[in-house]
Design a protein around this ligand. Structure first.
Ligand SMILES: Nc1ncnc2c1ncn2[C@@H]1O[C@H](COP(=O)(O)OP(=O)(O)OP(=O)(O)O)[C@@H](O)[C@H]1O
Ligand SMILES: [Mg+2]
Ligand SMILES: [Zn+2]
Length: 264
């Protein structure tokens, strides 16, 4: 759906009077239902009489609005900018080697056949290898298809929740509700473990644990390798988070030169 179409729907639903409904002459359906109102925009039935009762249902515009409103909620809560204009599969260039092409193909298919019971992914590799770009392509493709995405780095997450339990509860609820959770640049955050202060560890544990319980996928980009992730995510010295992550996510290595130089 195009951005203009979405804007139009949002405008319409913010001002329901803009939905023009034609009062039809009585139209009797095959099952005996009587049509009272149809949406002029999509033509679907809104009000009808079924076995003597007047019923109301959402038309395609309203359903679409609900999806858009839901997506917008997660978009507003997301802390990273997913560059929805530029980071899209059709803009991808410089796929120089077979290994990288295979990953792009795999993830292109993943995005196009996505559902919430799919596994997640960990993209691990050096700086500038295009991990965030590809993750954004997936997220933007999913949004286009009506799936919700929530994205942030753990550093930004910490900053949001540090002084506000309300903010934490709001984000945790979103973490549980959203279709795909994307954590960018895992390992760049500082986890305070000094003097027995477990604040960071506890917050990370809660975040992952709440997400695991939903069974829905997590997408992670990181400069850390598997061993380093395991070490980094230890909680009270135990690798509970990584252990679970290993079985929930497919691990893909971005083993090539930085694109930052090449693309300049
Ligand atoms: N396939 C691609 N097509 C076009 N541009 C790309 C592609 N992959 C990456 N880029 C561009 O290359 C630059 C580096 O990519 P990106 O930021 O995704 O790297 P990264 O692996 O996330 O790096 P870091 O580890 O530092 O976070 C960005 O400007 C990005 O837009
Ligand atoms: Mg990145
Ligand atoms: Zn409609």
């Amino acid at each position: 759906m195009s951005v203009t179409a979405i804007k139009e729907i949002i405008k319409m639903l913010e001002n329901p009077s803009l939905i023009k409904i034609k009062e039809e002459e009585k139209e009797v359906l095959e099952n005996g239902d009587i049509v009272l109102k149809r949406c002029e925009k999509c033509g679907e039935i809104i009000d009808y009489i079924h076995e003597g009762y007047t019923m109301t249902r959402d038309c395609a515009c309203m359903r679409s609005y609900r999806v858009q409103a839901r997506l917008k909620r997660f978009q507003d809560l997301s802390i990273t900018d997913r560059n929805s204009k530029s980071d899209i599969f059709s803009n991808s260039k410089k796929i120089t080697n077979a290994e990288e092409r295979a990953i792009y193909e795999e993830l292109y298919n993943y995005a196009n056949n996505f559902n919430i019971s799919k596994k997640g992914y960990i993209f691990s590799g050096g700086v500038g290898t295009g991990k965030t770009f590809l993750a954004n392509c997936i997220c933007n493709q999913l949004s286009e298809k009506g799936f919700s995405v929530l994205s942030f780095s753990l550093g930004a997450y910490f900053n949001k929740i540090r002084f506000s339990t309300d903010e934490e509860e709001k984000l945790i609820q979103a973490v549980k509700d959203v279709d795909l959770l994307f954590i960018d640049d895992l390992g760049s955050e500082y986890i305070n473990r000094e003097n027995g202060k477990m604040w960071g560890e506890e917050k990370i544990f809660r975040l992952f644990d709440e997400r695991y319980r939903t069974g829905k996928p997590i997408l992670i980009t990181t400069n850390l390798d598997a061993g380093e992730i395991k070490e980094h995510l230890k909680v009270k010295g135990v690798d509970k988070i990584y252990d679970r992550l290993k079985s929930e996510c497919k691990y893909r290595e971005f083993n090539w030169e930085s694109k930052r130089e090449v693309l300049k």
